[in-house]
Design a protein around this ligand. Structure first.
Ligand SMILES: Nc1ncnc2c1ncn2[C@@H]1O[C@H](COP(=O)(O)OP(=O)(O)OP(=O)(O)O)[C@@H](O)[C@H]1O
Length: 431
């Protein structure tokens, strides 16, 4: 996880912000001057986020932002303002700042914003744990089948389930592995600039197009283009994407000739594209093209066998980062990890463990250091859920007259998952 670079000349406010960040498990470095910021920028990592004051003793936050962008660094940049500086802050957004936060509102606004930005800066080289649950072994089998083909793949699953790294895995196991893997978050493409971001533009194609630029499609030539949050792709660009998928031909904005590049598309979404089609936000013909092969990624709460191994994996990563030697989770902490619903999936588990390790003083993580995003289910509620699931399984077995294969099909789960659940709930039903 990257650091937060705090640039603030008021030592009391800087101390307050760094303290807040630390309490939420963020690592911060701070400086009070533009010169100090330049030194930090010279060693900036791509997953660092900048939080800068506007007025500094030797310059201002907007000039620093422009310098950082000139160095080719796209790190998220948040401006902290006093109330009377809002017009200047708006100017900072035009120079590429992500957002501005009035200083008195920092505590309430900073963390939701950091959470969103961190998703964007997640490093793509973070170590990955090979999940062993039945659901993931099946996903892995399907990945192995489809990876060597040229089929477009649509990955469906809730946010944080690992769709992006699964796309990376498909590419790594494909014949295109030596060629580029380009990941694009369609949610971040503006309606106006999406076409040129994807397919490039010629010099002078629009105001601000000072030179010719290649788009993501060309960047991915011979390799794979991963289109995350595909449901957010502006409708105007969907027709162009469809044409490029069908004929491999595309035309850069402002260009007079078509270009050609062979690209495999992997798209992902956590929204129901069929609803988007009915609402006329997504083209049905593009959807058909994208889903030549579909992978459904199971939410973490349905892969309980993965929770503790993943938590232990993240504990080791956090140990390395914080130079600690926390050995594991006590019984109550494990129980809570298993009972929680994990709306944010693996991303949330990673964050919860990261923070817990930071707060752990002994050698074992205890339940009181686990800070979940939502209120955890009380153990009564989670027992109720288990009870409901157990009843559903028994009903399906009754309907299928004990035939496990049929019962699994009725429940919409794999046979191995059904066997695991029968064992977990101690269900006795003759085959
Ligand atoms: N098996 C795994 N081992 C280690 N880390 C994982 C694993 N699966 C997911 N993660 C981590 O969880 C986070 C979310 O993963 P990823 O971005 O792939 O999810 P996503 O489904 O694409 O999310 P979104 O829909 O929000 O874009 C990342 O930090 C990723 O490194």
């Amino acid at each position: 996880m990257g650091r937060i670079i705090v640039i603030e000349d008021n030592p009391v406010f800087a101390g307050y912000v760094c303290g807040l960040l630390e309490s939420k498990g963020f690592q911060s470095v701070s400086t009070s001057t533009c010169n100090g910021a330049r030194k930090l920028f010279s060693k900036v990592r791509e997953d660092d986020i900048v939080l800068a004051d506007l007025r500094l003793p030797d310059g201002d936050g907007i000039a620093l932002l422009e310098e950082l962008r000139r160095q080719g660094m796209n790190n998220p940049y948040i401006v902290m303002t006093d109330y009377d500086e809002v017009p200047t802050a708006v100017r900072s957004m035009k120079s590429g700042a992500e957002d501005y936060i009035p200083k008195p509102l920092i505590e309430a606004n900073l963390f939701p914003l950091l959470k969103t930005l961190q998703k964007r800066t997640e490093r793509h080289d973070t170590p990955i744990y090979e999940r062993q649950s039945a659901a993931f072994r099946e996903i892995d089998r399907r990945i192995r089948l489809v990876a060597p083909t040229n089929m477009n793949v649509l990955i469906l699953g809730e946010s944080g389930t690992g769709k992006e790294h699964i796309a990376g895995k498909i590419h790594a196991r494909s014949k295109r592995a030596g060629k580029p893997f380009v990941a694009v978050d369609c949610g971040l493409l503006s309606k106006e600039l999406a076409a040129s971001a994807l397919f490039g533009h010629e010099k002078g194609a629009f105001t601000g197009a000072e030179s010719k630029k290649q788009g993501f499609w060309e960047e991915a030539a011979g390799g794979t283009l991963f289109l995350d949050e595909i449901g957010n792709l502006p409708i105007e660009v969907q027709q162009m994407l469809l044409r490029a998928l069908e004929s491999k031909m595309y035309r850069p904005t402002g260009g007079s000739k078509d270009k050609r590049a062979d690209v495999r598309i992997i798209a992902a979404t956590n929204e129901n594209l069929q609803v988007a089609i009915t609402e006329k936000r997504f083209r049905a013909d593009l959807y058909q093209r994208l889903k030549e092969y579909t992978l459904h990624i199971t939410p973490l709460r349905e892969c309980k066998e993965d929770i503790i191994p993943l938590a232990e994996f993240f504990l080791q990563l956090a140990n390395e980062e914080f130079e600690k030697q926390v050995k594991g989770f006590d019984a109550e902490a494990r129980k809570r990890l298993l009972a929680y619903t994990w709306g944010g999936n693996v991303r949330e588990l990673k964050r919860v463990v990261h923070l817990a390790v930071l707060h752990t003083e002994g050698d074992t993580v205890t339940a009181d250091t686990l800070e979940f995003d939502e209120m955890p289910l009380t153990s009564d509620a989670s027992l109720e859920m288990d009870d409901m699931e157990k009843k559903q399984i028994i009903r399906a077995l009754e309907q299928a007259k004990g035939n496990r294969k049929l019962a699994a099909a009725l429940l919409g789960i794999g046979r191995t998952t059904l066997y695991n659940k029968i064992r977990l709930y101690g269900i006795k039903y003759k085959e």
